[in-house]
Design a protein around this ligand. Structure first.
Ligand code: AMP
Ligand code: ZN
Length: 210
């Protein structure tokens, strides 16, 4: 099989697994599964913080010990619908994320956006880097947080401030990132498969404990 066919197949498989929102203009119907975050931000059981600009919820399928989502109240479909005028809002969401984790001094966190989000309404992931969770199941989950598929909030805010826009990433590049070979995000040790990687990740956690 030629490289281009293999590339194409990988692309199709990754897209099927992520069930990404592809629609660029219309907001998908609220009853679609991709609208479930909109239900969660209205559910008092899910909300952990709210003000006039944002809502913070716990991720329903956390991929680490701590995994929150910060969503704006403004109906912005996803990161690719963010405009220069949203710069203050994204900075505000970043500040909320920093405040959320300020007491977790013994943990490290990533804060950022998926380049190909699956759920509607812009959401900032705030996730501890232990990645110790039964919900972290496959290579796509892993690579979505540990490769350039994950757009770090600080970079996004900087790009908006300096360039007035967020640098686009092609779908092909997204697929390549999701298909990256498994390796530890802390020490780059390669892993054969997810169980192997998860065993390795535990060694970093135990090193942190007194
Ligand atoms: P993304 O790939 O950036 O669109 O990530 C969507 C996130 O939403 C994932 O981390 C899911 O675990 C999470 N999620 C899915 N459904 C819900 C829900 N109903 N409430 C809260 N979080 C959810
Ligand atoms: Zn490691």
């Amino acid at each position: 099989m030629s490289d281009s066919i293999i590339q194409r197949l990988r692309f199709i498989i990754a897209i099927m697994k992520r069930k990404t929102i592809t629609n660029k203009t219309a907001t998908p119907k609220r009853y679609h599964w991709s609208a479930n975050l909109l239900k969660s931000i209205e559910d008092p059981e899910c909300k952990i913080r709210e003000d006039d600009k944002i809502v913070v919820i716990k991720d329903k399928y956390p991929k680490a010990q701590f995994h929150y989502l910060v969503l704006p109240k403004e109906d912005i479909l996803n990161i690719w619908h963010v405009k220069k005028e949203h710069q203050d809002l994204l900075t505000y969401m970043h500040d909320i994320a920093c405040d959320l984790i300020k007491d977790q001094t013994d943990l490290e966190f990533f804060m950022g956006y998926h380049a190909m989000p699956s759920m509607q309404r812009l959401h900032l992931h705030v996730i501890s880097t232990d990645f110790n969770s039964p919900c972290l199941k496959n290579k796509y989950h892993w690579n979505s947080f540990t490769t350039p598929f994950f757009l770090h909030s600080q970079d996004v805010c900087r790009q908006l401030r300096i360039d007035g826009e967020i640098k686009k990433i092609s779908r092909e590049l997204c697929t390549d990132y999701l298909n990256t070979k498994l390796k530890c995000h802390k020490c780059s040790t390669p892993a054969k498969n997810m169980p192997d990687l998860k065993r390795h990740l535990l060694t970093h956690i135990s090193k942190c404990k007194p």
